[in-house]
Ligand binder design. Structure first.
Ligand code: CMX
Length: 133
């Protein structure tokens, strides 16, 4: 499937406005984009660190998976996303190897990327995302 790098690390926060202050004022990173992904019921904010992004995630509704995550586990690392050449192919390949998928087919995520999630029960507790351009 040719994973090339960690595309982003998703971090669940209660408030992007509040969390941004830490990333910008203390770590000195720059938020280069904010976007609502209505399909996923989240608002996102992005920071570039080398080739990898930090994606802050704030729930836009109580039934958002990010809201549920924070309620159960608190704020923190929510998922890791691997860049690859073709998300549909990568999903199919890992499914054939026995991994349980959340998304059987790629769908559109933030930044127009083609994304698909693997279930954390199949990936040693880490919600895993594939994404490709
Ligand atoms: N990482 C690791 N484990 C997680 C998790 C996460 N992010 N989210 C939930 N879990 C675990 C829960 O702790 C729970 O474990 P236990 O059964 O041991 O208690 C189990 O998964 C089921 O959790 P749940 O709260 O009942 O949640 P759901 O089954 O309703 O959903 C999941 C879990 C992962 C299937 C769902 O969050 C999902 O479909 N995620 C993919 C989409 C997504 O996360 N979108 C937001 C980001 C979008 C973006 O980046 O643009």
């Amino acid at each position: 499937m040719n994973i090339t790098h960690i595309e982003h690390i998703g971090i669940a926060v209660k408030s992007i406005e509040e969390a941004k202050k830490y990333y910008e004022d203390i770590l000195g990173l720059k938020c280069y984009a904010e976007e609502e992904v209505s399909d996923q019921k989240v608002k996102t904010a992005f920071f570039l660190v080398g080739q990898t992004k930090i994606e802050l995630l704030e729930a836009t509704s109580e039934d958002s998976s990010v809201a549920k995550f924070i309620e159960k586990r608190g704020e923190g690392i929510h998922h890791i996303a691997f860049a690859n050449e073709n998300t549909d192919k990568a999903l199919k390949e890992v499914e054939e190897k026995g991994v349980v998928l959340i998304d059987k087919q790629a769908r559109k995520g933030a930044e127009e990327l083609s994304i698909g999630f693997l279930h954390p029960k199949s990936t040693f507790g880490v919600l895993t995302e594939f994404c490709s351009k």
